[in-house]
Design a protein around this ligand. Sequence first.
Ligand code: GLU
Length: 509
Amino acid sequence: MSTQPVRVRFAPSPTGPLHMGGVRTALYNYLFAKKNNGTFLIRIEDTDQTRFVPGAQEYIMDALKWCGIMPTEGPGLGGNYGPYVQSERKNLYRPYAEQLVAEDKAYYAFDTAEDLDRMRDQAKQMGMPNWQYNSVTRMSMKNSLTLPQDQVSEMLANGAPYVIRMKMPRNHDVRFEDLIRGWVVVNTNNLDDKVLFKSDGMPTYHLANIVDDHLMEISHVIRGEEWLPSAPLHVLLYQAFGWDIPQFAHLPLLLRPDGNGKLSKRDGDRLGFPVFPTNWTTSEGELYSGYREKGYFPGAFINMLAFLGWNPGTTQEIFSLEELSEVFTLDRVSKAGAKFDPDKTRWFQQQYLRSKSDEELAQLLKLEVEQPMSDEQLKDICHMMKERATFIGDMVTEGAYLFARPTSYDESTVQKKWKEDSTVLMNEWMNIMEGIKPFNSENIDVAFKAFLESKGIGVGAVLPLFRLLLTGTGTGPSMFEISQYLGKEESLQRMQLGIEAVNQLKINA
Ligand code: GLU
């Protein structure tokens, strides 16, 4: 058993906002580190300067913070292995690439973009559409393996543009054991001579990634399945340097709700759900919506994400981040792609909303409400509405009558329930209400039942009328709680106004 401390990293490229698949990768890294008393760090992989998007790094940090899964080492966070942004480590990579050249494991290639295009075209004409720079073709290209040594030295001295390519061994099986996928074996004849170091003086992702994972003493590489094809090259690079190889775990893809393909950044707003943790506006002003701004609680979002590709092996579905950190193991991560389910996501949000105390919800509701309201009122609203809301904002829209008098009356209730004698019936009930003391839900409930009994009529004939007058709606929380909340005076006034308005509607109908 190795005693190497667990150190894992999330290594996003700042090429845009963080997709929820990226958040899941960060989450699994976070959970794995917590579970194993390890360290979770973030490294920004920005070696591809052409794909750099301003604001993306800040977005990523802000999103992780909102999710509550902050790394403990990273840009702006400190740590002994920095800098944690690859462009700030720029000068560190070249010697590693040159070391491989010196050891005949890599070579300088001077081919221009036109040279490469020409080779591809020629190959295509000969019926080989997938030309690669590899162990066979490299010998007919312009590189330090084919050109005379003095010419190479001269070109380098004269500053001729070059890249450094991996000298992929011929017909060699690369094997490694992935913690999720088991043994992976790839023959090097299927791999090309990847560029390790570019003409702009920057390493490619592959070189920078493994140099940094080595220097940052990463024990486990937990990342998305899309990087699985790169893993054999990475293994070969570790071997070429003679370094210990971290354990790999390639996470399953996140699929569209119908299981048809990868969940892409365009799917979200098209199919009516966010795919980003927080809002992102592109430089062209296009908005991609985020879970935060849609009103999701970070706990609900994280809980949902944890289940996209992992399960605890029990029927429990609601887990706090702390609980997840206790039970998470990579051996319960599935190989198969995980279908994103927007309904289930809303379900998680509902569960989280319901599990919060009225006091806690009241403080959140306060932020959504413009008019002045007491904490007590807000708490009552939350108490009444929380079973009927998915988001805090629903309490304001669904329970609009708790904030203001109704301005309209549900048409179908008016048509179906408001009869000739309804005015008289409601006036009688108002008289009874007048005498209820104290005017609280229990007393209103008792009085209401007694009223029904005295009239010999069922609840279904009276309660909808009562609700209609007080709230304008056909459904909602307990009428006794609503009346207590509104108070006797306001309740009676609403009933009076309601009776007039509904009768008017009847006349006009
Ligand atoms: N920079 C890569 C990305 O953007 C990281 C892949 C890895 O974790 O090795 O996903």
